[in-house]
Design a protein around this ligand. Sequence first.
Ligand code: S3P
Length: 471
Amino acid sequence: MRQSQRGARLAIARARCQSARVNNDAAPARPRRFLPSGPLRGTIRVPGDKSISHRSIMLGALAVGETRVSGLLEGEDVLATAAAMRAMGASVLRQAQDDRGNAEWIIHGVGVGALLQPQAPLDMGNSGTSTRLLMGVLASHAITAQFVGDASLSSRPMGRVIEPLSRMGAAFEASEGARLPLTLRGAWPAVPIEYRLPVASAQVKSAILLAGLNTAGITTVIEPVPTRDHSERMLRGFGADLTVEIVNGERVIRIVGEAELKPQTIEVPGDPSSAAFFIVAALIVPGSELLIENVGLNPTRAGLVTVLRQMGGSIEELNPREVGGEPVADLLVKHSALRGVEVDPALAPSMIDEFPVLFVAAAMAQGTTVTSGLEELRVKESDRLSAMAAALTGAGARVTEQADGLTIEGTGGEQLRGSANSRTKTHLDHRIAMSMAIAGLASRDGVEVDDTRPIATSFPMFEALLDGLAS
Ligand code: S3P
Protein backbone atom coordinates (compact mmCIF):
# COMPACT_ATOMS: atom_id res chain seq x y z
CA MET A 1 0.00 0.00 0.00
CA ARG A 2 2.82 2.36 0.85
CA GLN A 3 4.30 1.78 -2.58
CA SER A 4 0.99 2.46 -4.27
CA GLN A 5 0.71 5.75 -2.34
CA ARG A 6 4.23 6.76 -3.35
CA GLY A 7 3.44 5.85 -6.96
CA ALA A 8 0.28 7.92 -6.79
CA ARG A 9 2.18 10.90 -5.35
CA LEU A 10 4.78 10.79 -8.10
CA ALA A 11 2.15 10.53 -10.77
CA ILE A 12 0.22 13.39 -9.15
CA ALA A 13 3.33 15.58 -9.22
CA ARG A 14 3.80 14.70 -12.91
CA ALA A 15 0.15 15.48 -13.63
CA ARG A 16 0.52 18.85 -11.87
CA CYS A 17 3.47 19.77 -14.08
CA GLN A 18 1.31 19.14 -17.13
CA SER A 19 -1.70 20.87 -15.69
CA ALA A 20 -1.38 24.20 -17.51
CA ARG A 21 -4.91 25.08 -18.51
CA VAL A 22 -5.85 23.43 -21.82
CA ASN A 23 -8.23 24.82 -24.34
CA ASN A 24 -10.04 21.61 -25.16
CA ASP A 25 -11.28 23.02 -28.45
CA ALA A 26 -7.77 23.68 -29.79
CA ALA A 27 -5.25 21.28 -28.22
CA PRO A 28 -4.98 17.76 -29.65
CA ALA A 29 -7.13 15.07 -28.02
CA ARG A 30 -5.37 12.79 -25.54
CA PRO A 31 -6.72 9.25 -26.03
CA ARG A 32 -5.92 6.46 -23.60
CA ARG A 33 -6.68 2.77 -23.17
CA PHE A 34 -7.67 1.85 -19.60
CA LEU A 35 -6.53 -1.71 -19.02
CA PRO A 36 -8.02 -4.50 -16.92
CA SER A 37 -6.84 -4.24 -13.33
CA GLY A 38 -6.02 -6.45 -10.37
CA PRO A 39 -7.55 -5.68 -6.97
CA LEU A 40 -7.65 -2.05 -5.87
CA ARG A 41 -6.31 -1.83 -2.33
CA GLY A 42 -5.13 0.98 -0.14
CA THR A 43 -6.16 4.39 1.12
CA ILE A 44 -6.88 7.39 -1.04
CA ARG A 45 -8.24 10.91 -0.78
CA VAL A 46 -10.23 12.60 -3.49
CA PRO A 47 -9.99 16.34 -4.19
CA GLY A 48 -12.27 18.98 -2.73
CA ASP A 49 -15.93 19.26 -3.60
CA LYS A 50 -16.46 21.12 -6.86
CA SER A 51 -19.75 22.77 -5.89
CA ILE A 52 -18.37 23.99 -2.56
CA SER A 53 -15.12 25.16 -4.19
CA HIS A 54 -16.95 27.35 -6.73
CA ARG A 55 -19.11 28.87 -4.00
CA SER A 56 -16.13 29.45 -1.67
CA ILE A 57 -14.46 31.62 -4.29
CA MET A 58 -17.61 33.47 -5.33
CA LEU A 59 -18.76 34.21 -1.79
CA GLY A 60 -15.21 35.02 -0.67
CA ALA A 61 -15.01 37.53 -3.52
CA LEU A 62 -18.31 39.07 -2.39
CA ALA A 63 -17.33 39.34 1.29
CA VAL A 64 -15.35 42.29 2.62
CA GLY A 65 -12.01 41.09 3.97
CA GLU A 66 -9.95 37.92 3.83
CA THR A 67 -11.46 34.46 3.25
CA ARG A 68 -9.14 31.46 3.55
CA VAL A 69 -9.99 28.17 1.85
CA SER A 70 -8.20 24.85 2.30
CA GLY A 71 -8.92 21.70 0.31
CA LEU A 72 -10.10 23.73 -2.68
CA LEU A 73 -10.53 21.70 -5.87
CA GLU A 74 -7.89 22.99 -8.30
CA GLY A 75 -9.70 21.74 -11.39
CA GLU A 76 -10.17 23.83 -14.53
CA ASP A 77 -13.83 24.59 -13.75
CA VAL A 78 -12.99 26.13 -10.39
CA LEU A 79 -10.00 27.96 -11.85
CA ALA A 80 -12.40 29.51 -14.39
CA THR A 81 -14.46 30.86 -11.48
CA ALA A 82 -11.30 32.17 -9.80
CA ALA A 83 -10.18 33.94 -12.99
CA ALA A 84 -13.62 35.53 -13.42
CA MET A 85 -13.68 36.86 -9.85
CA ARG A 86 -10.18 38.29 -10.35
CA ALA A 87 -11.32 39.94 -13.57
CA MET A 88 -14.00 41.69 -11.51
CA GLY A 89 -11.70 43.05 -8.83
CA ALA A 90 -11.26 40.34 -6.19
CA SER A 91 -7.84 39.05 -5.23
CA VAL A 92 -7.73 35.24 -5.40
CA LEU A 93 -4.32 33.76 -4.59
CA ARG A 94 -2.95 30.26 -4.11
CA GLN A 95 -0.46 29.80 -1.28
CA ALA A 96 1.45 26.50 -1.27
CA GLN A 97 1.48 24.83 2.16
CA ASP A 98 3.79 21.86 1.63
CA ASP A 99 5.53 19.92 -1.13
CA ARG A 100 2.70 17.41 -1.41
CA GLY A 101 0.54 19.84 -3.32
CA ASN A 102 -1.59 21.10 -0.43
CA ALA A 103 -2.42 24.77 -0.64
CA GLU A 104 -4.50 27.44 0.98
CA TRP A 105 -6.40 29.90 -1.17
CA ILE A 106 -6.58 33.47 0.09
CA ILE A 107 -9.40 35.61 -1.23
CA HIS A 108 -9.77 39.33 -0.63
CA GLY A 109 -13.34 40.21 -1.49
CA VAL A 110 -14.69 43.50 -2.73
CA GLY A 111 -18.12 43.34 -1.09
CA VAL A 112 -21.59 42.70 -2.47
CA GLY A 113 -22.40 45.35 -5.07
CA ALA A 114 -18.78 46.39 -5.61
CA LEU A 115 -17.64 44.03 -8.37
CA LEU A 116 -15.91 45.81 -11.24
CA GLN A 117 -16.74 45.74 -14.91
CA PRO A 118 -14.59 42.97 -16.52
CA GLN A 119 -12.40 44.23 -19.37
CA ALA A 120 -12.59 41.02 -21.44
CA PRO A 121 -15.12 38.20 -21.99
CA LEU A 122 -15.41 35.81 -19.04
CA ASP A 123 -14.09 32.44 -20.26
CA MET A 124 -16.10 29.77 -18.49
CA GLY A 125 -14.31 26.86 -20.21
CA ASN A 126 -16.41 23.71 -19.71
CA SER A 127 -18.11 24.89 -16.52
CA GLY A 128 -21.89 25.16 -16.32
CA THR A 129 -21.72 25.92 -12.60
CA SER A 130 -19.37 28.90 -13.09
CA THR A 131 -21.58 30.23 -15.86
CA ARG A 132 -24.99 29.92 -14.25
CA LEU A 133 -23.96 31.02 -10.76
CA LEU A 134 -21.97 34.00 -12.05
CA MET A 135 -24.86 35.03 -14.28
CA GLY A 136 -26.82 35.21 -11.03
CA VAL A 137 -24.16 37.24 -9.24
CA LEU A 138 -23.86 39.74 -12.11
CA ALA A 139 -27.60 40.02 -12.76
CA SER A 140 -27.94 42.47 -9.87
CA HIS A 141 -24.69 44.42 -10.48
CA ALA A 142 -24.39 47.38 -12.84
CA ILE A 143 -22.06 45.36 -15.05
CA THR A 144 -22.11 44.22 -18.65
CA ALA A 145 -20.26 40.98 -19.28
CA GLN A 146 -19.82 38.52 -22.08
CA PHE A 147 -19.76 34.81 -21.20
CA VAL A 148 -17.93 32.40 -23.50
CA GLY A 149 -17.10 28.72 -23.18
CA ASP A 150 -15.97 25.59 -24.97
CA ALA A 151 -18.04 23.61 -27.48
CA SER A 152 -19.73 21.53 -24.78
CA LEU A 153 -20.71 24.53 -22.65
CA SER A 154 -21.83 26.49 -25.73
CA SER A 155 -24.38 23.78 -26.48
CA ARG A 156 -26.01 23.86 -23.03
CA PRO A 157 -29.28 25.67 -22.31
CA MET A 158 -29.04 28.94 -20.38
CA GLY A 159 -32.73 29.88 -20.74
CA ARG A 160 -33.39 28.32 -17.34
CA VAL A 161 -31.38 31.13 -15.67
CA ILE A 162 -32.05 33.85 -18.24
CA GLU A 163 -35.78 33.61 -17.55
CA PRO A 164 -35.80 34.31 -13.77
CA LEU A 165 -32.87 36.73 -13.94
CA SER A 166 -34.70 38.73 -16.64
CA ARG A 167 -37.64 39.01 -14.27
CA MET A 168 -35.23 40.58 -11.79
CA GLY A 169 -34.32 43.17 -14.39
CA ALA A 170 -31.19 41.81 -16.09
CA ALA A 171 -31.03 41.85 -19.90
CA PHE A 172 -29.46 39.20 -22.12
CA GLU A 173 -28.33 38.83 -25.70
CA ALA A 174 -27.73 35.12 -26.15
CA SER A 175 -26.82 32.91 -29.08
CA GLU A 176 -29.56 30.85 -30.72
CA GLY A 177 -31.39 28.57 -28.29
CA ALA A 178 -30.41 30.76 -25.28
CA ARG A 179 -26.84 29.52 -25.39
CA LEU A 180 -23.29 30.89 -25.04
CA PRO A 181 -21.70 33.14 -26.13
CA LEU A 182 -24.03 35.57 -24.42
CA THR A 183 -23.95 39.11 -23.11
CA LEU A 184 -25.52 39.98 -19.78
CA ARG A 185 -26.45 43.50 -18.72
CA GLY A 186 -26.98 43.47 -14.99
CA ALA A 187 -29.67 45.57 -13.33
CA TRP A 188 -29.04 47.82 -10.37
CA PRO A 189 -31.30 48.21 -8.60
CA ALA A 190 -32.71 44.75 -9.39
CA VAL A 191 -36.21 43.62 -8.44
CA PRO A 192 -36.76 40.84 -5.89
CA ILE A 193 -38.86 37.95 -7.22
CA GLU A 194 -40.62 34.86 -5.96
CA TYR A 195 -39.79 31.99 -8.27
CA ARG A 196 -40.91 28.34 -8.27
CA LEU A 197 -38.23 26.21 -9.94
CA PRO A 198 -39.69 24.49 -13.03
CA VAL A 199 -36.68 22.15 -13.16
CA ALA A 200 -34.86 20.55 -10.21
CA SER A 201 -31.63 22.50 -10.53
CA ALA A 202 -29.30 23.71 -7.79
CA GLN A 203 -27.62 25.91 -10.37
CA VAL A 204 -30.84 27.79 -11.14
CA LYS A 205 -31.73 28.03 -7.43
CA SER A 206 -28.25 29.33 -6.64
CA ALA A 207 -28.24 31.86 -9.50
CA ILE A 208 -31.41 33.45 -8.14
CA LEU A 209 -30.22 33.46 -4.53
CA LEU A 210 -26.91 35.01 -5.57
CA ALA A 211 -28.76 37.67 -7.57
CA GLY A 212 -30.84 38.26 -4.42
CA LEU A 213 -27.69 39.18 -2.46
CA ASN A 214 -27.51 42.60 -4.13
CA THR A 215 -31.25 43.11 -4.50
CA ALA A 216 -33.06 45.17 -1.87
CA GLY A 217 -35.97 43.23 -0.36
CA ILE A 218 -36.70 39.50 -0.12
CA THR A 219 -35.92 37.17 -3.00
CA THR A 220 -37.76 33.84 -2.71
CA VAL A 221 -37.05 30.53 -4.44
CA ILE A 222 -39.57 27.70 -4.10
CA GLU A 223 -38.10 24.29 -4.63
CA PRO A 224 -40.67 21.51 -5.17
CA VAL A 225 -37.89 18.88 -5.35
CA PRO A 226 -34.87 19.38 -3.07
CA THR A 227 -31.48 19.80 -4.76
CA ARG A 228 -27.99 20.18 -3.32
CA ASP A 229 -28.12 22.80 -0.57
CA HIS A 230 -24.51 24.06 -0.47
CA SER A 231 -25.55 27.58 -1.47
CA GLU A 232 -28.01 27.84 1.40
CA ARG A 233 -25.52 26.47 3.96
CA MET A 234 -22.67 28.66 2.74
CA LEU A 235 -24.66 31.86 2.30
CA ARG A 236 -25.79 31.50 5.90
CA GLY A 237 -22.21 30.72 6.95
CA PHE A 238 -21.08 33.97 5.31
CA GLY A 239 -23.69 35.84 7.34
CA ALA A 240 -26.52 36.31 4.82
CA ASP A 241 -30.06 36.50 6.21
CA LEU A 242 -31.39 33.32 4.58
CA THR A 243 -34.20 31.11 5.79
CA VAL A 244 -35.59 27.77 4.63
CA GLU A 245 -39.14 26.73 5.43
CA ILE A 246 -41.07 23.66 4.31
CA VAL A 247 -44.53 24.67 3.07
CA ASN A 248 -46.83 21.97 1.66
CA GLY A 249 -43.84 19.74 1.07
CA GLU A 250 -41.92 22.39 -0.87
CA ARG A 251 -38.74 24.15 0.27
CA VAL A 252 -39.26 27.89 0.44
CA ILE A 253 -35.92 29.71 0.54
CA ARG A 254 -35.82 33.43 1.29
CA ILE A 255 -32.80 35.69 1.15
CA VAL A 256 -32.75 39.29 2.31
CA GLY A 257 -30.77 41.84 0.29
CA GLU A 258 -28.80 43.93 0.19
CA ALA A 259 -26.55 41.61 2.12
CA GLU A 260 -23.21 42.15 3.77
CA LEU A 261 -21.08 39.03 3.72
CA LYS A 262 -18.42 38.35 6.35
CA PRO A 263 -15.21 36.57 5.30
CA GLN A 264 -14.84 32.95 6.40
CA THR A 265 -12.26 30.23 6.92
CA ILE A 266 -13.44 27.22 4.95
CA GLU A 267 -12.30 23.61 4.79
CA VAL A 268 -13.68 21.98 1.65
CA PRO A 269 -14.64 18.31 2.15
CA GLY A 270 -13.80 15.65 -0.47
CA ASP A 271 -16.10 15.52 -3.47
CA PRO A 272 -18.59 12.62 -3.36
CA SER A 273 -18.95 12.92 -7.14
CA SER A 274 -15.22 12.24 -7.54
CA ALA A 275 -15.22 9.51 -4.88
CA ALA A 276 -18.00 7.84 -6.91
CA PHE A 277 -15.55 6.57 -9.53
CA PHE A 278 -13.38 4.85 -6.94
CA ILE A 279 -16.38 3.52 -5.00
CA VAL A 280 -17.67 1.79 -8.13
CA ALA A 281 -14.17 0.65 -9.13
CA ALA A 282 -13.67 -1.07 -5.77
CA LEU A 283 -17.13 -2.67 -5.94
CA ILE A 284 -16.64 -4.18 -9.41
CA VAL A 285 -12.96 -5.23 -9.44
CA PRO A 286 -12.66 -8.58 -7.63
CA GLY A 287 -10.51 -8.62 -4.50
CA SER A 288 -10.66 -4.86 -3.99
CA GLU A 289 -10.77 -3.15 -0.61
CA LEU A 290 -10.38 0.60 -0.67
CA LEU A 291 -10.56 3.24 2.04
CA ILE A 292 -11.61 6.61 0.62
CA GLU A 293 -10.99 9.30 3.21
CA ASN A 294 -12.86 12.52 3.86
CA VAL A 295 -15.86 12.07 1.54
CA GLY A 296 -18.66 14.64 1.79
CA LEU A 297 -21.96 12.91 2.56
CA ASN A 298 -24.45 15.76 2.51
CA PRO A 299 -27.83 13.97 2.11
CA THR A 300 -28.55 16.07 -1.00
CA ARG A 301 -25.48 14.44 -2.61
CA ALA A 302 -25.43 10.90 -1.21
CA GLY A 303 -27.93 9.12 -3.50
CA LEU A 304 -25.31 6.96 -5.19
CA VAL A 305 -24.23 5.36 -1.91
CA THR A 306 -27.90 4.58 -1.13
CA VAL A 307 -28.46 2.94 -4.53
CA LEU A 308 -25.19 0.98 -4.51
CA ARG A 309 -26.10 -0.38 -1.07
CA GLN A 310 -29.52 -1.41 -2.41
CA MET A 311 -27.58 -3.27 -5.12
CA GLY A 312 -25.66 -5.17 -2.44
CA GLY A 313 -22.54 -2.99 -2.38
CA SER A 314 -20.43 -3.09 0.78
CA ILE A 315 -19.81 0.55 1.69
CA GLU A 316 -19.04 1.27 5.34
CA GLU A 317 -18.97 4.77 6.79
CA LEU A 318 -16.11 5.19 9.26
CA ASN A 319 -15.26 8.14 11.49
CA PRO A 320 -18.34 10.25 10.70
CA ARG A 321 -17.69 13.93 11.43
CA GLU A 322 -18.36 17.45 10.22
CA VAL A 323 -16.02 19.34 7.88
CA GLY A 324 -16.80 22.86 6.72
CA GLY A 325 -20.40 22.54 7.97
CA GLU A 326 -20.96 19.36 5.91
CA PRO A 327 -21.29 15.73 7.06
CA VAL A 328 -18.19 13.75 6.09
CA ALA A 329 -16.94 10.17 6.62
CA ASP A 330 -14.24 7.79 5.43
CA LEU A 331 -15.72 5.12 3.17
CA LEU A 332 -14.48 1.54 3.29
CA VAL A 333 -15.55 -0.14 0.05
CA LYS A 334 -15.16 -3.85 -0.67
CA HIS A 335 -15.70 -5.81 -3.86
CA SER A 336 -19.32 -7.02 -3.87
CA ALA A 337 -21.68 -9.12 -5.96
CA LEU A 338 -24.09 -6.44 -7.19
CA ARG A 339 -27.77 -6.98 -8.08
CA GLY A 340 -29.77 -4.93 -10.57
CA VAL A 341 -32.38 -2.59 -9.08
CA GLU A 342 -35.06 -0.17 -10.15
CA VAL A 343 -33.63 3.22 -9.18
CA ASP A 344 -36.18 5.48 -7.47
CA PRO A 345 -36.43 8.60 -9.70
CA ALA A 346 -36.92 10.68 -6.53
CA LEU A 347 -33.24 10.02 -5.76
CA ALA A 348 -32.09 11.55 -9.05
CA PRO A 349 -31.24 15.08 -7.81
CA SER A 350 -29.08 13.62 -5.00
CA MET A 351 -26.96 11.66 -7.49
CA ILE A 352 -27.42 13.63 -10.69
CA ASP A 353 -23.72 13.61 -11.62
CA GLU A 354 -23.20 9.98 -10.60
CA PHE A 355 -25.45 8.23 -13.13
CA PRO A 356 -22.69 7.63 -15.71
CA VAL A 357 -20.68 5.59 -13.20
CA LEU A 358 -23.81 3.96 -11.74
CA PHE A 359 -24.50 2.68 -15.28
CA VAL A 360 -21.07 1.03 -15.22
CA ALA A 361 -21.90 -0.70 -11.91
CA ALA A 362 -25.27 -1.78 -13.38
CA ALA A 363 -23.50 -3.28 -16.41
CA MET A 364 -21.62 -5.63 -14.03
CA ALA A 365 -24.59 -6.50 -11.76
CA GLN A 366 -26.72 -9.62 -11.70
CA GLY A 367 -30.03 -8.85 -13.44
CA THR A 368 -31.61 -5.68 -14.75
CA THR A 369 -31.19 -2.10 -13.59
CA VAL A 370 -33.89 0.33 -14.64
CA THR A 371 -33.51 4.11 -14.40
CA SER A 372 -36.08 6.77 -15.25
CA GLY A 373 -36.83 10.45 -14.71
CA LEU A 374 -33.37 11.42 -15.99
CA GLU A 375 -34.19 13.91 -18.78
CA GLU A 376 -31.76 16.36 -17.14
CA LEU A 377 -28.86 14.07 -18.04
CA ARG A 378 -29.37 15.04 -21.67
CA VAL A 379 -28.27 18.65 -20.98
CA LYS A 380 -25.14 18.06 -18.90
CA GLU A 381 -21.59 18.42 -20.30
CA SER A 382 -22.86 15.93 -22.90
CA ASP A 383 -26.10 14.03 -23.46
CA ARG A 384 -25.11 11.53 -20.80
CA LEU A 385 -27.89 9.05 -21.59
CA SER A 386 -26.92 8.62 -25.21
CA ALA A 387 -23.16 8.97 -24.53
CA MET A 388 -23.22 6.22 -21.88
CA ALA A 389 -25.58 3.99 -23.89
CA ALA A 390 -23.16 4.15 -26.83
CA ALA A 391 -20.04 3.81 -24.68
CA LEU A 392 -21.26 0.82 -22.68
CA THR A 393 -22.73 -0.90 -25.74
CA GLY A 394 -19.35 -0.44 -27.43
CA ALA A 395 -17.74 -2.17 -24.44
CA GLY A 396 -20.08 -5.17 -24.72
CA ALA A 397 -22.82 -4.23 -22.23
CA ARG A 398 -26.52 -4.73 -22.96
CA VAL A 399 -28.18 -1.33 -22.77
CA THR A 400 -31.52 0.05 -23.93
CA GLU A 401 -31.95 3.80 -24.13
CA GLN A 402 -35.29 5.41 -23.30
CA ALA A 403 -36.20 9.09 -23.44
CA ASP A 404 -35.64 9.50 -19.69
CA GLY A 405 -33.29 6.70 -18.66
CA LEU A 406 -31.34 3.56 -19.46
CA THR A 407 -32.21 -0.07 -18.84
CA ILE A 408 -29.13 -2.23 -18.39
CA GLU A 409 -28.83 -6.03 -18.29
CA GLY A 410 -25.82 -6.79 -16.13
CA THR A 411 -23.19 -9.48 -16.71
CA GLY A 412 -23.66 -10.94 -13.22
CA GLY A 413 -20.09 -10.09 -12.27
CA GLU A 414 -18.41 -11.32 -15.46
CA GLN A 415 -15.90 -8.93 -17.01
CA LEU A 416 -17.24 -6.69 -19.75
CA ARG A 417 -15.78 -7.49 -23.17
CA GLY A 418 -14.17 -4.06 -23.47
CA SER A 419 -13.47 -2.27 -26.72
CA ALA A 420 -10.50 -3.73 -28.55
CA ASN A 421 -11.15 -1.98 -31.86
CA SER A 422 -13.18 1.10 -31.06
CA ARG A 423 -12.75 4.34 -29.17
CA THR A 424 -15.29 5.51 -26.63
CA LYS A 425 -16.54 8.98 -27.50
CA THR A 426 -16.48 11.22 -24.43
CA HIS A 427 -17.93 14.38 -26.06
CA LEU A 428 -15.78 16.75 -23.92
CA ASP A 429 -17.43 15.24 -20.82
CA HIS A 430 -15.14 14.49 -17.88
CA ARG A 431 -17.61 12.12 -16.23
CA ILE A 432 -18.03 9.99 -19.35
CA ALA A 433 -14.23 9.71 -19.62
CA MET A 434 -13.79 8.69 -15.97
CA SER A 435 -16.76 6.30 -15.96
CA MET A 436 -15.45 4.44 -18.99
CA ALA A 437 -11.95 4.37 -17.47
CA ILE A 438 -13.52 2.49 -14.54
CA ALA A 439 -15.35 0.17 -16.96
CA GLY A 440 -11.96 -0.57 -18.52
CA LEU A 441 -10.61 -1.86 -15.21
CA ALA A 442 -13.32 -4.52 -15.12
CA SER A 443 -13.10 -5.49 -18.80
CA ARG A 444 -11.31 -8.22 -20.73
CA ASP A 445 -9.74 -6.10 -23.49
CA GLY A 446 -9.60 -2.70 -21.76
CA VAL A 447 -11.52 0.39 -22.82
CA GLU A 448 -10.10 3.07 -25.06
CA VAL A 449 -11.29 6.58 -24.28
CA ASP A 450 -10.96 9.09 -27.15
CA ASP A 451 -9.92 12.04 -24.99
CA THR A 452 -8.83 12.25 -21.35
CA ARG A 453 -8.23 16.04 -21.32
CA PRO A 454 -11.71 16.92 -19.96
CA ILE A 455 -10.94 14.97 -16.77
CA ALA A 456 -8.90 17.98 -15.60
CA THR A 457 -12.07 20.05 -15.33
CA SER A 458 -13.07 18.28 -12.09
CA PHE A 459 -10.41 15.74 -11.10
CA PRO A 460 -6.93 16.60 -12.41
CA MET A 461 -5.24 13.77 -10.49
CA PHE A 462 -7.76 11.06 -11.38
CA GLU A 463 -5.43 9.12 -13.68
CA ALA A 464 -2.51 9.45 -11.27
CA LEU A 465 -4.60 8.09 -8.40
CA LEU A 466 -5.91 5.26 -10.52
CA ASP A 467 -2.44 4.38 -11.82
CA GLY A 468 -1.14 4.36 -8.25
CA LEU A 469 -3.78 1.80 -7.27
CA ALA A 470 -4.35 -0.39 -10.32
CA SER A 471 -1.82 -3.13 -10.88
C1 S3P B 1 -24.21 21.80 -9.48
C2 S3P B 1 -25.49 21.41 -9.70
C3 S3P B 1 -25.86 20.32 -10.62
C4 S3P B 1 -24.66 19.46 -11.02
C5 S3P B 1 -23.45 20.28 -11.32
C6 S3P B 1 -23.06 21.13 -10.13
C7 S3P B 1 -23.95 22.90 -8.53
O1 S3P B 1 -26.43 20.88 -11.78
O2 S3P B 1 -25.00 18.66 -12.14
O3 S3P B 1 -22.36 19.44 -11.66
O4 S3P B 1 -22.80 23.07 -8.08
O5 S3P B 1 -24.91 23.62 -8.21
P1 S3P B 1 -28.01 21.20 -11.85
O6 S3P B 1 -28.31 21.95 -10.63
O7 S3P B 1 -28.22 22.03 -13.06
O8 S3P B 1 -28.67 19.86 -11.92
